[in-house]
Every structure is written in C-alpha cells, then in structure tokens.
Design a protein around this ligand. Structure first.
Ligand code: KG4
Ligand code: ZN
Length: 334
C-alpha cells in the first residue's frame, strides 16, 4: 500500500511516499528556516503563506522521486495537530482535496505519534511496551507506547520544550537560529563541567519537565559576566547548558522506565539529533542495562515519512477521516 503523507505543522513543508509503513520511497522536506531566521523564530503568518507556495511542488517532487504518480497511491495521511493551525490547514486542505478527487482513504495523524513512528522504519522488531521521549522545538513529553498507534502520556514539560530552550539560549548567546544544532557544534569544543547550571527534576516522583530555570540561569550567568562573553566562555556556556538539559532528559527517561518496569527506550524529535544526548543515552543505557534507540537524524526533525508510517498503521486499523477533518493546535494523546 503506497501512502502519500503530508506534514505542514510548523516550518517545514514535507511530503513522502511510504510503502506498507516500512519502506520510504521518497521523503521531501522544504525548510522555511531562511525565511524565519531574521525574526529569530517561526512567524506563523509567513509559515502559512510559504506552505501554500511550497506544498504542490513538494508533493510533485515526492511522487517523482518515488517514481510513481497520483494513480499509484492507495491512501493519504496528513498531520492534523498539534501545531500552527494556519500551517496545518494547508496540508489538510490538500490531503482532503486529493482524497476526494482520487477517491482514496485519508487519515489525520497526530504529529507526536508520527515522531515516535519514525523508529519503526529502522527497528521493526521493537517489542511493546516501550518508553518514548519526544523532544523537539514544540514538545517534550514522555510516553508509554503500547502499540504502533496507541500511547499513554507519562509526563510533559510544564513550560518550555527542550528544543525551545536550546533556541532561546542560542538567541541569548547571539549564535543564530535555530539554535540546537549550533549549540551542539559549539558545545563539543567547550568544557561541560565549567558552569553548574541547574538540573530541574521537580518532585521525586514527577515525570514532568521544566526548562525555564536553566534558561534563566544562563541569562543570569551572562549578566554576571558584565560584558560580551569571550569565545571560550561562549563554548563553555554552550557545553554546560547542553549538559544540564541532557542530564535532565536522561534522568527523567530512566526514572520513567524504572517506574514502568520497561527496559526499552526510544528517543525521537528534533533534539534527538543532539550528539551529546545520543552519547549520554547510549552510555547510561549500557550502564543500566536499558536498550536505547533513536531514529536516524533526518527522521528526527520534522518530515512526512514518519506521518506515512503512523498513517499506514491507523489505516490498517480502519481509522478513516472524512471531509470534516480539521486542524488542532493542541491535541491530547493517550
Ligand atoms: O522536531 P522538530 O524539527 O520540530 C518540532 O516538532 O518542534 O524539532 C526542531 C527542534 C529545534 O528546537 C532545534 O533547535 C532542535 O530541534 N534541534 C536540536 C538539534 N537539531 C535540531 N537541538 C539540539 N541539538 C541538535 N543537534
Ligand atoms: Zn516535530
């Protein structure tokens, strides 16, 4: 079954053709980063307008790279939320139109379920249940994943998402946008033990997160320097901030896995590209006898292939949307 998947929840216009939920025949991502960079963050109005311009060429490119056409499709999957409503609506309008004209089943996919589903492309034999951390610019949440389509929320951030904290700290350091990748690179050259930024673990039994404290601590540290940080101070702040975030994420995931009695962990979402996060999770996983896996980096940041995988499994279960399919800025899961 060839599914055309469409993702337009934030600042990437993406389309993919996925076969049987396991083979990515094409995955095209048109990034809007250059458009939003000068504003230091995503401007929703600009994002919607850009999706309108990009969506049809991106779909055409995905079909062409998959060496197929609209006639070769058996279903359509589209991100329904959470995300920017104006952006989501562009993908949804196209998905519904195609489904109507081609008489194909269409299904709305939760973006966060999509991030987790990316793992099934590389680890098809993964055993359920497992614990999943979805850590991105918009989300930092922990789930108990029961099946390819069902998961229960264990904890979530009470303020900033981890990726948002990376982006905001990069802005404070005047490093550019988006900040995660830049801090990752810079942090490799810094001393991660230089500044003891706080690890906010909240109540002893809590599986929630909070990243506003570490962000404020970086701001106060910079104020305390009384001037522009030197290049070596910048590297140390980047490395120490990153270490604080990574430590917090690792501790919470291990806490969740222990509490749930689960020994398998999946880390997904844009921040799962972070090299120190991958290194520390792998190290801690080995020490505590926990299996930790990540989708490849290109499938961690927003893409449509992950929506195609989740969409396939939903369609297999008989889930269908009709022409009332709508966009939601927030969507509960589990
Ligand atoms: O999953 P994603 O593309 O979009 C959302 O659903 O939010 O994630 C984007 C986020 C941004 O905040 C970006 O700074 C962060 O992922 N990110 C990273 C890295 N690469 C992307 N954060 C830390 N280290 C990285 N290497
Ligand atoms: Zn995402």
């Amino acid at each position: 079954m060839n599914i055309l998947a469409i993702e337009s929840s934030c600042d990437e216009t993406a389309a993919a053709v996925v076969e049987d939920g396991e083979k990515v025949r094409s995955s095209v991502v048109a990034s809007q980063v250059p458009i939003h960079r000068k504003y230091g963050g995503v401007v929703p109005e600009l994002a919607s307008r850009q999706h309108v311009q990009a969506i049809l060429p991106v779909i055409e490119e995905a079909l062409s790279r998959a060496e197929t056409s609209l006639a070769g499709l058996q279903g359509i999957a589209v991100t329904q939320g959470p995300g920017l409503v104006g952006s989501l609506l562009v993908g949804i309008a196209v998905a519904k139109s195609l489904a109507y004209v081609l008489n194909l089943p269409v299904v709305g996919v939760n973006h966060i379920l999509g991030h987790v589903a990316a793992i099934f492309l590389d680890f098809s034999g993964l055993k359920f249940p497992f614990v999943s951390l979805v850590v991105s610019g918009g989300h930092t949440s922990l789930f108990r994943v029961e099946s390819r389509t069902r998961m229960a929320l264990l904890g979530r951030t009470r303020d900033d998402a981890a990726g948002e904290a990376f982006d905001k700290v990069a802005k404070l350091l005047d490093l550019g946008y988006p900040g995660g990748e830049i801090i990752d690179r810079l942090g490799k050259e810094g001393d991660r033990t230089a500044i003891p930024f706080p690890r906010t673990l909240l109540e002893p039994d809590s599986l929630d997160f909070s990243f506003s404290g570490v962000k404020t601590a970086v701001l106060n540290y910079l104020k305390g320097l009384g001037g522009k940080p030197s290049p070596s101070q910048l590297r140390d702040v980047a490395a120490s901030f990153q270490e604080a975030v990574v430590d917090t994420l690792v501790s919470k995931v291990l806490r969740a896995a222990r509490r749930e009695g689960i020994r398998e962990v999946v880390v997904a979402g844009g921040v799962a590209c972070n090299s120190r996060l991958r290194e520390k999770f792998s190290q801690e996983g080995k020490e505590s006898g926990m299996g930790v896996c990540f989708p490849p980096p290109a499938l961690c940041t927003d893409n449509a292939a992950m929506i195609g995988v989740a969409g396939f499994h939903l369609l297999q279960e008989g889930v269908r949307a009709d022409l009332t399919l709508n966009a939601y800025s927030r969507m509960n899961i589990g």
